[in-house]
Ligand binder design. Structure first.
Ligand code: PYC
Length: 317
């Protein structure tokens, strides 16, 4: 009889449509002084297990996972490493909202505050009595403004490079409406923008790859201050949620442009029409953003990875 090489216990959630698989037990121990160190160990030693957890046939290409760990920082309730179908993420806003709901579901936290250590830094969350969750993200900032890129099809775009826990290039959608019927077109466009940025050597701080592309379109109603956005994640998957780190990067750019005041409300609507609300506290030329949204439990169970299963490390699509 075949042996299970690993049994991984998980809780599945979605935040504004974007899935998060929260790993609560069974992942090999990661030795490191910080969650950021543990992220490096995960990438070095357990990349195949990462892929098996999120990819088909146990998951799907759009799935993001959140591995819960102990944190060595006294004020943190837990550590968390986020990963997707192609690798790890420094931070994940929708994922953090899902983690808080899962921690509450298993009785680890009450309604109220919960502090988490992520590879990008410490974040402070609040599970509100209404059930939605706020995340005060890591310091976010605009790195470069008015960067010009031209895709190989000759579309010229001007955008900003910003950090919101991940690296983003943010620009207006050049005439492609941000709506579900245009998703294939939006993916192709964002892939082309990412390729053009790479070709032009445009990076974040210290040569970091800009692996998230964010397109904006004005909201139809003049009563709401915000945008509709589309985010291409590392790989070729798009964020079903309005993207928490993308919303954070947007708030940093708005602050840098003087277009939104500290404390003023902001709405970021994703391609599915779901929303995050956002606000920020200014910190010099950067901001501490807070995003707020809702997550829902969708399942829980144990993943098996049998030794004789040819797809125990997922299907590399
Ligand atoms: O919500 O920050 C986010 C996120 C990053 C990648 C997918 N979602």
């Amino acid at each position: 009889m075949s042996m299970a090489a690993a049994d991984i216990r998980y809780i599945d959630t979605h935040t504004a449509g974007e899935p998060t698989r929260i790993i609560i037990d069974g992942f090999p121990h990661l030795e490191g002084e910080s969650v950021s160190d543990c992220r490096d160990v995960l990438t070095r030693d357990h990349d195949a297990l990462r892929a098996g957890i999120v990819r088909e046939p146990r998951g799907h290409e759009a799935m993001v996972a959140a591995l819960l760990l102990d944190s060595s920082i006294a004020e943190c309730d837990a550590g968390v490493i986020f990963f997707n179908n192609v690798g790890t993420l420094a931070m994940c806003g929708h994922g953090a909202i899902g983690v808080v709901k899962a921690l509450h579901h298993i009785g680890k936290i009450e309604v109220g505050g919960c502090t988490l250590e992520t590879p990008a830094g410490v974040i402070e969350t609040i599970l509100h009595p209404e059930g939605d969750v706020s995340v005060r993200n890591v310091r976010s900032f605009r790195e470069m403004s008015d960067v010009s890129v031209t895709t190989h099809e000759g579309i010229e775009l001007i955008g900003d490079v910003a950090w919101g826990g991940n690296w983003f290039f943010i620009t207006e959608s050049p005439g492609v409406p941000i709506e579900p019927s245009r998703i294939d077109q939006l993916i192709d466009l964002c892939c082309e923008i990412r390729t053009a940025l790479e070709a032009d050597g445009v990076t974040g701080t210290s040569g970091a790859a800009i692996d998230h592309i964010e397109l904006h379109q004005s909201l139809p109603s003049k009563q709401q201050v915000g945008v509709r956005s589309f985010v291409l994640c590392p790989g070729k998957e798009w964020d079903r949620s309005p993207c928490g780190t993308g919303t954070s990067a947007t708030l940093a750019c708005l602050h840098a442009r003087g277009q939104l005041q500290e404390g003023a409300p902001w709405i970021q609507m994703g391609v599915l029409g779901t929303r995050f609300s956002g606000t920020f506290v200014a910190d010099g030329d950067g901001v501490y953003p807070t995003i707020r949204g809702s997550a829902y439990l969708t399942g829980e169970g144990t993943l098996h990875f049998m030794e004789d299963d040819p797809f125990r490390h997922g299907i590399d699509l």
